[in-house]
Structures are given as C-alpha cells and as structure tokens.
Design a protein around this ligand. Structure first.
Ligand code: GLY
Length: 316
C-alpha cells in the first residue's frame, strides 16, 4: 500500500518545501525531502535564524544546531554549536548514517567530523547579520510597554539581560526562530528535521532543543512526528516534542496535542515569558500546530500543491 506524500514546515520553511515535495512526488524518500528543504532554508540569507545569515552568539559567532529523526527506527542524528559549516542538517544526517553508535556531536568535534566527511565550509556571519548584531546592542526607545504582547515583553527583558552578558565579553579576536520540516513519503516513512542558529546573542556553546531528541524534535512512526520553534529551554523543560507525540499516541487530534504541550510549558515559571510554537504530523497525513499567541502559522504541501498552503496554528 502506498501512502500519499505530504510535507509540512514552520514559518519560513516555504523557501524549501517545494523542493522537498518535488522529491516526494517522484518517489523520493522523506529523509531526502527533509534534507533538501532545510538546506534551502539554511541558504536563505534573508532568514536570520538559520544557516548562513543566522544571528550570532554573544561573541559575534554564528553557532548552528540541527537534527533529524526517522519515524520507523527512531534513528537520530544531530549537531550542536557548529561553526563554519552552512548545512548542519546534512552533518546531522551524516552523524547517524556514517558514525556508528553516535547520535549527537557538538562544537569542535562536530566540526572535525564535518571536515573529515568533506562538508563545505563557509563564512556564516553576513554583513546584514553583523549590522543587526550591532544595532541590537544599542538601547531601543521604540517599545511602548502597554502595547506589547507578553511574549514581546519577555523578549525585551531577555534582550536587556543578553546585553549585560555581552558586556562581559572582550570584543572577539577573530570573527532565533528555528525551522521545522516533517515529511511523509509514499512508502509510509516519516522524518522530522530541524535547523537553527539558536536565539541571537546566546551564551557561546549554548545548544538548544533543536539538537535534542524529545525536546525540539521527535518522531515515532506508530503515532507521528513533532517539532518545536521558539525558546528551546521551555521545550527542554517539558520534553516538548515527545509530549506532543505522546498526546497523539493517546488519540488526541494534532492541534490539540500541540496545544496541550504548550499549556504544560505555560505552567512553568519563566522570567522571559518566552514564545514556544509546535507542529505535528500523523502517519496518515493529519497535521496541526499551536502557538502561544494568535497569528502564527505553518506551511503544508501535498502532491496536489503548487505552492505551500498556510494554516493557522491553534492559539494556546
Ligand atoms: N528552538 C530553537 C532554540 O531555542 O534554539
């Protein structure tokens, strides 16, 4: 029996989903589709939350996290805090395909592995990202506290804290959002992939939920796959993606499964009142998403699509 292919992704995945669907339409694997879609997102210079053009850490260095998980085997590969390589999703794939036993490599070890495997290097810090980095360090007077959402005020508070962190570093002496993609192929295999530069001005070496199974990513072909964007520490604290898949396993509808996880995260004390979003896909192609606030969306393509269709996420 063949399954009808589908690919879904978070906000800003639209630059990659058509390439992923093109592969799926021609019998390609969910793994190839997820990788192809995310590589295009990683190459999108206008996106400052993933790949080349990603915003740097507190030292002005771009550090990338990415992971991939296979639904049938729950095989998992990930990299964290990788510098100088523009396609962390491909390195994450290579970790589980070519490195026996390993699931996750970070920092210099991940870079050594990428070098050995012949992955291309590139300068990831673009002039635009540098400009945004510098400007963000200047105090802003445009915020009108009363007009901001809780999440925006939380981001403001985080920014002030981050600036305090940045002040502790000497200038560097050498040099958010995350994208989720979930694909189901005609053989019935499901794969989830995630790629990110993490949140801007993060502490050097910080690895987020995007590289950690069960938190920013999870896939179990019996029930479905899920992934998160937003403040990764919140999904780490509730094991977000695993919670969504567990809710699917209990028979919850996709949007409700996502919403239940966010409701749990919202019970935690969080000084930055951070935004968290999630989406999921079931083995029969049902999908859903949820977000902490109204207006958030996700993208879907089926074999009948010519362009990604935008769906609203259920607000918490
Ligand atoms: N969710 C991505 C991150 O926190 O890095």
């Amino acid at each position: 029996m063949t399954t009808r292919p589908i690919i879904i992704g978070s906000e800003r995945s639209e630059v990659g989903l058509p390439a992923g669907m093109d592969l799926l339409r021609h019998g390609g694997s969910a793994l190839d589709a997820v990788e192809a879609a995310l590589r295009l997102c990683e190459d999108n210079l206008e996106d400052h939350y993933v790949g080349t053009g990603g915003l740097p850490n507190a030292r002005g260095e771009v550090e990338l996290d990415a992971s991939v998980m296979i639904g049938s085997s729950r095989a998992f590969g990930a990299v964290g805090a990788v510098r100088g390589f523009p396609h962390p999703i491909s390195i994450a794939r290579a970790v589980f395909e070519r490195l026996p036993q390993h699931c996750l490599l970070v920092g210099s070890g991940a870079e050594l592995f990428a070098e050995e495997q012949g992955f291309e290097r590139a300068e990831l810090l673009t002039d635009e990202a540098k400009r945004l980095f510098r400007e963000s360090l200047a105090p802003s007077d445009e915020s009108v506290e009363g007009e901001k959402t809780v999440a925006a005020r939380g981001d403001d508070r985080y920014r002030v804290t981050a600036i305090e962190l940045v002040k502790r570093f000497r200038p560097h002496d050498g040099p958010w959002g995350t994208i989720n993609v979930i694909a189901l192929d005609e053989s019935g295999e499901m794969v989830v992939g995630v790629s990110t530069s993490g949140y801007p001005w993060k502490y050097p070496g910080r690895v987020g939920d995007s590289a950690l199974p069960g938190t920013g990513i999870y896939c179990d072909l019996r029930y479905g796959g899920a992934a998160c964007t937003g403040r990764g520490e919140m999904s780490m604290r509730v094991t977000g993606a695993r919670m969504v898949v567990d809710a699917l396993a209990r028979g919850e509808a996709p949007s409700q499964a996502c919403r239940l996880m966010l409701a749990e995260a919202a019970t935690l004390p969080d000084a930055y009142a951070a935004e968290l979003r999630t989406l999921c896909l079931t083995p029969v192609g049902q999908h859903g998403g949820a977000a902490g606030q109204r207006g958030s969306t996700y993208n879907v393509m089926t074999t009948a699509s010519t362009v990604p269709e935008v769906f609203p996420r259920t607000p918490l």
